[in-house]
Design a protein around this ligand. Structure first.
Ligand SMILES: Nc1nc2c(ncn2[C@@H]2O[C@H](COP(=O)(O)OP(=O)(O)OP(=O)(O)O)[C@@H](O)[C@H]2O)c(=O)[nH]1
Length: 259
């Protein structure tokens, strides 16, 4: 957005994130509250694609149940995940889109190792005593479908929906709350910084309180000293008045004798 506000806009570099793969732990239960909260926030900002990691750690039945539960939670919590139109003019594309969409959330096996299958094929996968979990086998996981979506069939759609939906929403919100050309107000969200900020604020308040007390007692001392000096002054005044009266009396007493 800052690039858009510059005088020269023809060499814009697209720094937007077009897709976010959210890896879900293969717990077999359901989504954690933290997953829900984070996915809720991400879903409104970016094309969010949920992925179940380490799919080889679950049996196909458990995986199926887990996927179902995750989908139910996503729907119940109104979490916005990336979707695309299924129907296409070409029947095979419609079929392909359907198979990709029904695989969500994608269950993935990750490996960079080449291993040997029992039937003698060298594949990317994970070797176990019971056999090989193959990364690119659609019966084992959804890696191929995810790869197809990301870099073959829907890459353009991911880019354009980032632009048309997520960026437009962001732009709209920013234009409503920010004056053109003004930098974005940065808010401190790190909980550790918040703690430090809170501790600093407490220390500052405590120091201010101590200083105020010190000034108050100093003020009391000054007032007491002023009162004492005033009293002394009054006493001196009375003393002088008494002396004056005495002097006057003496002068009155002396005057007739002289006559
Ligand atoms: N069973 C199984 N293990 C996996 C799979 N993918 C990764 N692992 C293992 O999980 C561990 C973490 O894998 P990484 O590739 O380092 O994942 P990461 O997200 O970088 O993990 P962090 O280091 O925690 O950030 C390693 O021991 C991997 O061998 C998988 O699909 N199945």
């Amino acid at each position: 957005m800052r690039q858009e506000q510059q005088p020269k806009r023809h060499e814009l570099i697209d720094m937007r994130v077009h897709c976010c793969l959210y890896f879900i732990r293969p717990t077999g239960h359901t989504l954690k509250p933290l997953d829900i909260e984070v996915m809720k926030r991400l879903g409104t900002r970016v094309n969010l694609i949920p992925v179940i990691a380490k799919a080889d750690t679950m049996t196909p039945t458990d995986l199926h149940k887990f996927k179902k539960r995750v989908l139910e939670v996503l729907a119940a919590q109104n979490i916005q995940c990336y979707t695309f139109p299924i129907d296409s003019e070409d029947e095979s594309s419609t079929k392909r889109n359907m198979s990709i969409m029904t695989a969500m959330p994608f269950a993935i096996i990750g490996s960079t190792d080449d291993v040997m299958t029992v039937d003698g094929r060298s594949v990317k996968g994970r070797q176990y005593s019971w056999g090989v979990a193959e990364v690119e086998n659609e019966d084992h996981c959804d890696f191929k479908k995810l790869r197809q979506l990301l870099i073959r069939t829907h890459m353009l759609d991911l880019i354009s929906s980032s632009e048309e939906t997520h960026y437009e929403n962001y732009r709209h919100a920013q234009m409503e709350t920010r004056k053109i050309g003004e930098p974005k107000v940065k808010t401190v969200t790190n909980p550790k910084w918040k703690e430090e900020e809170e501790a600093l604020r407490k220390r500052f308040t405590e120091q201010v309180r101590q200083e105020e007390n010190r000034f108050r007692s100093w003020e009391q001392q000054l007032i007491a000293e002023r009162d004492r000096l005033n009293k002394d002054l009054e006493a001196e005044h009375s003393h002088i008045k008494a002396l004056e009266a005495e002097l006057e009396a003496m002068q009155v007493g002396l005057s007739p004798k002289r006559k």
